[in-house]
Design a protein around this ligand. Structure first.
Ligand code: BGC
Length: 758
C-alpha cells in the first residue's frame, strides 16, 4: 500500500475529513474512491465475531462464527496464555469474515453482581481484568486485526446506561475503574478504545476530555483511536475536541455538517480535525496491511479450543464426600432443560450465531445409562408437574445431575437483574430433588454471582460452568468424569446476601445519578474491610487434587520505591492426580497515610503440576504493587514502611507470607493549604522543621503552667488537629513578622513547598 497518512490528509477536502470521523454505515468507516482509501469493517464482539451479513444495516443476521466462552468464564481461567491463544483464534475468524476490528474486550469492573452485563466482563479486580484482556488484545492483534477496549469508563450497570452519571472520587476512579484499562492500554495497545455511554462526574464519556485525552493519551501514552459506543455521541464538535475520533454508528449527515460548519466559522480548529483524521488513517492503513475475507473459519479447531477454554473456566464450588469426579459406572438422572438446550451465552450485542452447539445430554448418553427429565421450563412460577417428574427420575438413578441455567431474559445487556435469585421454580426443583437424592450435583450456567442460600447446604456438589460458549457441554462432562481436573477460580465474590454487597445502598442510583459511595471497597476489598462473611470468596475454586505452598522468598527484604522485587514460591501437587493451581499474590500495607483495602491482588499465575510434582514460581512486583493513588498529589504514591506479601489459593486462603520493608517511599513535597493542621505540618520533615519552634513553645508553656492540667486533656492530641492559622489566631505568635495569621501561614507554605529545599 503506497498511501501515506500525511499525503492523504493534504488531499482530503474538509467535507471528507469530517465524514471520515463518523461511520459511513453502522459497521463501516468511509471509503474515498478518488484517493484509493478503503473502509474498515468493525464487528461485535467480544467472545466471537458477530459479523453482520449486511454491514450497511444496523440490526440483521450475522454469519456463523465460533461462540467462545463469555468474559466471565475467560476471567475464571486466570490463564494468560490461553487468552492469547483465544485472541489468535478470534483474529483468524475476523480475517475469515472480513472484519478489521473486533469490538472487545469489555473490561468494566463487576461493581455489583446485579449488572446485567457482568457476563461480558472479567472480574471485580482491575489487575486481573487488565492483565487477561491485554493478552487477549495481543492475540487478536498478532493476526493483523484490531480490537476495541470497552466501555471506557465507569460503565458498571445497565440501568439508564445511556445517561446515568457515575459520581466517583478521583482515587477510586484511578485505583479501581481505570487501572484495568491502563494495564490493557499499556500492555496491549488496542488499535481502538470504545468510550462508554454514561457520564462520569457530570461529563459524558464521549465528551470527556479528562478521560479521552488527559488520562488515555497524556498519562498512558495511547496511540490508537477512540470510537464511541453506538449512539454515545451527543454533540460532535465538543466530542472531537475532547478526543473522540470516530462516531458510531453512521451515517450521520448532520454530524458531518456540524463539523464542517464549525471549522468554517473558526469555532473548531482544523488542526483538531486533522489530528483525529491522522489517528483514523493510521489504523485504517494498518488494518489494510492484512488481507481479509480470504479463508474459512476453522470450525472444528476453534470448537475444540472453545471446549478447552470452557474446561479451564469451570469452578468446582463444592464437592462433599468427593462425590466428584464420577466413577463412570453410575446411572444418571439428568434433569434440566439446559442439558438439552444449553444456555451458553448472554443476550444483547455480543450474541453470536454459533457454528455448532453441543448439548450435555448427548455427551452423557455416551458415558452412562441416563434417564432424562425436563425439570425446568424457564418459567418463574413453580410447576409441580415438572417437579414431580424430576423427583421420580432422580429417585430411579444413582446420581442426579441438575442443570440449572439463569434464564437469559433475567441476565442480559440493556437492563440489570432485580436480585440474585434463581427462579422460584428452579429453587423448588433443586430442593425437591435433593430431598430424594442425596447424591445430587448442581451444574450452573450464569454470568455472575447468584443466591444459593436456599439450597447450598443440602447439595453436596456444585459446578459453576458460567456461560461456557458453544462447546461448553464437553467441558462440563470432562470435569464431571475427571478427564479434566477443574482449575477455574472465581473472579468475583459470591455474597451470602445481596444486602451484603458493598455497593448495595448505591446501586443503581436514583434521579439519573449513581454515587460510588463504597469507594475503593468493591468486591473482596469491601467484604474484607467490613469483615463480612461470604458464600465463596474471590479467587476461590476447588480441585480434585491438593496443593502445598512452601518456601516463600523475596529478592530483597529491604527496597526503595523505584526497585522491583521478585517473589518466589514453591508449589507442590500433594494429591494423586495432575491438576492446575492458580497462585495468587496479594499485598497488604499495614500502615499507610491514606486508608487502604486489607489486601489487593498484585500478581498471579496458573501452574500445571503432575501428582507429586513441585514447581518454583516467580513474580515481579514493581512500584505500582505497593502504591495507592493519592488524589492530593494526583499521582501514585508508595509509603515507606512495612508491606506484607501474601501468597495463597484465594483471597481468603493465604498459605505463606513475608514482611518486607520499603526504606524510601515516593519522594513528595509537603501538601499544605490554609486548612492544614499542626498534624499535617508535622507529617513532612520539610514543613515539620518550620512549625517545630511553635510546638516547643507550646510544650514549654504547658509544662511551666501553674495548672498544667487546666484543659483536662492530652495537650498534644488536642493541638494536633488545630489548623496552623488558628494556632496563630489563638495568640501563639511564633516569629511575629507584622503579618496576619493568614499571611504568615501563606509565607510558611511557600517556604515549605518551594523547589530545591529538602
Ligand atoms: C454496546 C457495545 C457494542 C455496540 C455495537 C452497544 O450497545 O454497548 O458493547 O459493541 O452496541 O453493537
Amino acid at each position: 500500500m503506497s498511501l501515506s497518512v500525511s499525503s492523504l490528509i493534504q488531499q482530503m477536502t474538509l467535507e471528507e475529513k469530517a465524514a471520515l470521523c463518523i461511520g459511513a454505515t453502522p459497521w463501516q468507516t468511509l471509503s474515498i474512491d478518488r484517493l484509493g482509501l478503503p473502509h474498515i469493517t468493525v464487528s461485535d464482539g467480544p467472545h466471537g465475531v458477530r459479523r453482520a451479513i449486511d454491514p450497511t444495516a444496523m440490526i440483521n443476521e450475522s454469519f456463523p462464527a465460533t461462540c467462545f466462552p463469555v468474559a466471565a468464564a475467560l476471567g475464571a481461567t486466570w490463564d494468560k496464555d490461553l487468552l492469547f491463544e483465544l485472541g489468535q483464534a478470534l483474529g483468524e475468524e475476523c480475517i475469515a469474515l472480513d472484519v478489521d476490528v473486533l469490538l472487545g474486550p469489555g473490561i468494566n469492573m463487576k461493581r455489583s453482581p446485579l449488572c446485567g452485563r457482568n457476563f461480558e466482563y472479567f472480574a471485580e479486580d482491575p489487575l486481573l481484568a487488565g492483565v487477561l484482556s491485554a493478552r487477549l488484545i495481543q492475540g487478536v492483534q498478532s493476526r493483523g486485526v484490531g480490537t476495541s477496549l470497552k466501555h471506557f469508563a465507569v460503565n458498571n450497570q445497565e440501568t439508564r446506561r445511556f445517561t446515568i452519571d457515575a459520581v466517583v472520587d478521583e482515587r477510586t476512579l484511578h485505583e479501581i475503574y481505570l487501572t484495568g484499562f491502563e494495564i490493557a492500554v499499556k500492555q496491549g495497545q488496542p488499535w481502538t478504545v470504545m468510550c462508554a455511554y454514561n457520564s462520569v462526574n457530570g461529563h459524558l464519556c464521549s465528551q470527556n476530555e479528562y478521560l479521552l485525552t488527559t488520562v488515555l493519551r497524556d498519562l498512558w501514552g495511547y496511540e490508537g483511536f477512540v470510537m464511541s459506543d453506538w449512539g454515545a455521541v451527543r454533540d460532535r464538535v465538543p466530542s472531537l475536541e475532547a478526543g473522540l475520533d470516530l462516531q458510531m454508528p453512521g451515517p450521520s449527515p448532520h454530524g458531518i455538517q456540524e463539523v464542517v460548519a464549525a471549522v468554517k466559522s473558526g469555532a473548531l480548529d482544523e488542526a483538531i480535525l486533522n489530528r483525529t483524521v491522522e489517528r483514523l488513517l493510521n489504523i485504517i492503513l494498518r488494518a489494510k496491511e492484512t488481507p481479509k475475507g480470504s479463508h474459512n473459519i476453522d470450525v472444528e479447531g476453534h470448537h475444540a479450543l472453545a471446549r478447552r477454554i470452557a474446561s479451564e473456566a469451570i469452578v468446582l464450588l463444592k464437592n462433599e464426600g468427593s462425590l466428584l469426579p464420577l466413577k463412570g459406572d453410575e446411572t444418571l438422572a439428568v434433569i434440566g432443560n439446559a442439558a438439552v438446550s444449553p444456555v451458553f451465552q448472554g443476550g444483547g450485542s455480543s450474541h453470536i450465531k454459533a457454528t455448532k452447539i453441543d448439548a450435555p445430554l448427548t455427551f452423557l448418553q455416551e458415558k452412562a445409562e441416563v434417564r432424562f427429565s425436563m425439570g425446568d421450563s424457564g418459567g418463574q412460577t413453580v410447576d409441580q408437574t415438572l417437579i414431580g417428574q424430576a423427583v421420580s427420575t432422580a429417585q430411579s438413578a444413582d446420581v442426579a445431575l441438575l442443570f440449572i441455567a439463569l434464564p437469559s431474559r433475567i441476565e442480559s445487556e440493556g437492563y440489570d437483574r432485580p436480585d440474585l435469585n434463581l427462579t422460584a421454580h428452579q429453587v423448588a426443583l433443586i430442593q425437591a430433588v435433593i430431598a430424594v437424592q442425596p447424591r445430587t450435583i448442581v451444574v450452573l450456567n450464569n454470568g455472575s454471582a447468584i443466591n444459593m442460600h436456599p439450597w447450598i447446604d443440602a447439595v453436596p456438589a456444585v459446578l459453576e460452568a458460567w456461560l461456557p460458549g458453544q462447546a461448553g457441554a464437553g467441558a462440563i462432562i470432562d470435569v464431571l468424569y475427571g478427564v479434566i481436573n477443574p482449575s477455574g477460580k472465581l473472579t468475583e465474590t459470591f455474597p451470602l446476601a445481596l444486602s451484603d454487597t458493598p455497593s448495595y445502598l448505591n446501586f443503581p442510583g436514583e434521579n439519573g445519578t449513581v454515587r460510588y459511595g463504597e469507594g475503593l471497597y468493591i468486591g473482596y476489598r469491601g467484604y474484607e474491610a467490613l469483615n463480612r462473611d461470604v458464600l465463596f470468596p474471590f479467587g476461590y475454586g476447588l480441585s480434585y487434587t491438593q496443593f502445598r505452598y512452601d518456601n516463600l522468598r523475596v529478592s530483597q527484604t529491604e527496597f526503595t520505591a523505584d526497585e522491583a522485587i521478585t517473589v518466589t514460591v514453591d508449589i507442590t501437587n500433594t494429591g494423586s492426580r495432575s491438576g492446575k493451581e492458580v497462585v495468587q499474590v496479594y499485598v497488604h500495607d499495614p500502615v499507610s497515610r491514606l486508608r487502604r483495602p486489607i489486601k489487593e491482588l498484585k500478581a498471579f499465575a496458573k501452574v500445571a503440576l503432575e501428582a507429586g510434582e513441585t514447581k518454583t514460581v516467580s513474580f515481579q512486583l514493581d512500584n505500582r504493587a505497593f502504591s495507592y493513588y493519592d488524589p492530593g498529589y494526583h499521582q501514585w504514591v508508595a509509603d515507606a514502611g512495612e508491606f506484607e506479601i501474601l501468597v495463597g489459593s484465594s483471597s481468603a486462603n493465604i498459605h505463606v507470607r513475608q514482611t518486607i520493608t520499603m526504606t524510601e517511599g515516593t519522594p513528595l513535597a509537603p501538601l499544605l493549604n490554609l486548612n492544614s493542621t499542626m498534624g499535617d505540618w508535622l507529617a513532612h520533615p520539610r514543613s515539620a522543621m518550620l512549625v517545630q519552634p511553635l510546638v516547643d513553645a507550646m510544650r514549654q508553656m504547658n509544662e511551666t503552667s501553674a495548672d498544667s492540667d487546666a484543659l483536662g486533656a492530652d495537650m498534644e492530641a488536642f493541638f494536633i488537629d488545630l489548623p496552623l492559622v488558628t494556632m496563630f489566631g489563638f495568640g501563639f505568635q511564633g516569629q511575629d513578622m507584622g503579618m496576619s495569621p493568614r499571611q504568615k501561614v501563606e509565607a510558611m507554605i511557600e517556604a515549605a513547598t518551594s523547589e530545591g529545599e529538602s
